[in-house]
Design a binder for this molecule. Sequence first.
Ligand SMILES: [Zn+2]
Length: 222
Amino acid sequence: MSSAALLQLPLFADPDVAGQWRVRRSARARRLAVRVFRDGGVEIVAPLRVAPPQIGDFIARHRPWIERQLKRTVPVDLSFPPASLALRATAEIWPCDPTVSRVQLVARLKVRAQELFEPQLQQLAQLMGVDFRSLQIRLQRSRWGSCSTRGTISLNCCLLFQRPEVVRYLLVHELTHLRHMNHGARFWAQVERFEPQWRVLDRELSRGWSQVPGWLTARSAP
Ligand SMILES: [Zn+2]
């Protein structure tokens, strides 16, 4: 039994909440964080050293915010397979075979994302005068991209469902992390040099999950 399961009893005495809210212990997390998923799930990420009472306090403090987010989550359409997939990034429509599996479709999306984003990233890196080491494509439910200190950029294949302008903004954002590993003033000034519309595009991207098919990002999906 994981520590996450053990923690559920004292923290989530409310039976409605027990199944949907969970605590995940993380060796990598530096501070407590909470995520609200589109299917109504809530995940509290806790560093290993944080004691359960502190986690309880954190949840109590953030409960109003969590509940506001939950009210905003729209019921997700989980039906699978879809008749077709519309990729806004490429203006492609992919008709879906009724026998296609999730695994197959995810694999195809990852291949398409790699062949589309890699040259774009290379071009932008050149323009911005930075070098990245490699590109990884992943399927993630809570982040669009990341940049490691070693220069590896990860991009979410769900970006294929965003507009090309939004994708470009995220690439600029991640490439800027090669110079500034934070979201400080100098970071944003650098982003602005290459994407003056970053504020609007960043907001669009944070709402961008609504463009992603539910079956792709639901927690219950493989
Ligand atoms: Zn960032």
